[in-house]
Design a protein around this ligand. Sequence first.
Ligand code: ACO
Length: 343
Amino acid sequence: MTATICGTGSYIPSYTMDNHDIARMVETSDEWIRERTGVVRRHIIREETTVSMAAKAARRALENADVLPEELDLILVSTISSNVILPCAACEVQREINAVNATCFDLSAACTGFVLAYNTALAYLAGGIYRTALVIGSESLSNLTNWKDRGTCILFGDGAGAAVLRADGGPETAAEDSGLEAGYYFPVTHSDGSKGSALTCKSRHDFNGLTDADRQGCPENMTDESHYMQMDGQAVFKFAVKRVPEVIEEVLALNRISTDEISYYILHQANKRIVEAVAKRLGEPIEKFPMNLQEYGNTSSASIPILLDEMNREARFAAGQKLVLAGFGAGLTWGASIVEWHR
Ligand code: ACO
């Protein structure tokens, strides 16, 4: 048994900050940011939260898929920036959309998070355990951004994207069939915790090493900058341009698919130069690598589903087309999955 994406949705906060706004906060310029990253503006939460954006993206995806909330068996939220720890964001989304039959949990793997959440849902569906799943990437990275650090604050933005997955074939098929059928593609994923220091952010609930004054104060009073995202930009850049083409080649070889068969590479939207370098190393035309990072910046696990939703709504996909989803980021983590479009 396999599963296909039958609907997508997204939510983007309306408030924007362009590069000129950032240049009023730190020593940088619109020209520098565009040239080094491709980012022009980013959308930032005001009233929204990670959960409220996730729920809005979820509603839109369900509507697009023509699936009722009660049909959902699984809700998975990928996030590193949830406004809630308990209950998990996925349970909060369940409550908001009234998906009474769903099992819900969150997954945290930074910018590879959506690919890993998609793979997790697919495994449940392909294994015949669930029939219908909602996979969401939602991030409020502005809450984790040190707005005094020009090395990172230029990069990130907020938003949410979602996809509904439905199992193909009935439960009878799963019982008869012990194996995985045509249309199922094996993902490839990797992690290297030994390189984790390249991109870090301490939990605001980690009081280890704080002074007594800090412990008595609320987290907002803490001055420790390790509670914001800290990044060795060059190390992350080098990691991405090496590992992303490698993992894409690996997933294509594993599934015996050639680059000619791939219509689009939907990469995590971190940096225009990373996307261009990946296209070059794969020897593929840049037109196969859609980008929207100029508008949203890096939205971590939300970037892939936001791009998927935009392309779906612009009718840029056709039934039978194959896409590669590729994520990479903190951990370090990276991975790629092949999606066959069936809508
Ligand atoms: N404006 C102006 N100058 C700057 C800025 C800025 N915003 N930031 C750094 N500089 C300066 C530096 O201080 C340095 O000056 P110096 O030469 O006088 O020392 C110079 O610019 C070059 O700095 P680098 O860090 O070498 O700049 P680089 O070309 O590497 O660009 C960047 C920095 C954009 C962060 C790049 O390294 C990058 O994109 N890395 C990948 C980051 C990324 O994608 N992270 C996210 C992936 S994982 C995830 O999504 C969570």
